[in-house]
Design a protein around this ligand. Structure first.
Ligand SMILES: Nc1nc2c(c(=O)[nH]1)N[C@H]1C(S)=C(S)[C@@H](COP(=O)(O)O)O[C@H]1N2
Ligand SMILES: [Mo]
Length: 193
């Protein structure tokens, strides 16, 4: 005998972690002012790597640009849902620099000197990208244009705006807010703050 009603739909995954509120426009949040950067923009790969590399935006794009959605979650309580982001996966960039096997961490450097540190394990998660456009438009300077990191599974502060260098590290070192706040744990889905 067939069931009288359709089986219930699989419960959909929530978009919003507990304690977060969806913003109605993407807030602008950063320390200090929008810094001047190199012109033309360049990204330097250095540290515990086999090859130091400097890339311009065209060389980055040639690594293979893709466009896909990601939600972002700021530790201060807002989330931004539903944008799609254009960029290149972290792994493609890392392959150029060929990190030494003992490298375990990454420091992302912004123009102006702001930094944030990450475990390479986190950088290698799918979805982590170096991005230059949101919803098809080049990133505005206040949102980190021309180039920012996008690490959607961690709080948005790890998504370094005005990205000018990636430094592979054997030993972890705190970045700007890691030194200046009590925040250490970084998973919005487990209410870590
Ligand atoms: N260089 C730099 N990147 C940064 C920050 C910063 O202060 N400087 N702030 C971080 C924080 S806390 C957030 S929430 C996001 C905000 O990005 P948005 O201004 O594009 O919304 O950028 C992150 N990246
Ligand atoms: Mo943030």
């Amino acid at each position: 005998m067939s069931p009288a009603t359709d089986p219930p739909a699989a419960p959909s995954l929530p978009r919003l972690p507990a304690g977060q509120t969806a913003a109605r426009r993407l807030p602008v949040l950063h320390e200090g002012r929008v810094p001047p950067g190199p012109d033309p923009w360049r990204l330097r790969l250095f540290g515990a790597v086999a090859t130091e590399v400097t890339l311009d935006m065209a060389a980055l794009a040639r690594l293979g640009a893709g466009r896909s959605p990601a939600d972002v979650h700021c530790i201060t309580g807002w989330s931004w849902l539903g944008s799609d982001w254009t960029g290149v996966p972290f792994g493609r960039v890392e392959d150029l620099a060929r990190p030494r096997p003992e490298a375990r961490f990454l420091m992302a450097h912004a123009a102006g000197g702001w930094t944030t540190n990450l475990a390479l394990e986190d950088c290698r998660r799918p979805g982590v990208r170096l991005v230059w456009a949101r919803d098809g438009a080049p990133l505005a300077p206040e949102h980190g244009g021309p180039l920012r990191l996008l690490v959607p599974h961690l709080y948005f502060w790890k998504s370094c705006k005005w990205l000018v260098a990636l430094e592979w590290l054997v030993l972890d070192r705190p970045g700007f807010w890691e030194r200046n706040t009590r925040y250490r744990e970084l998973d919005p889905w487990h209410r870590e703050r």
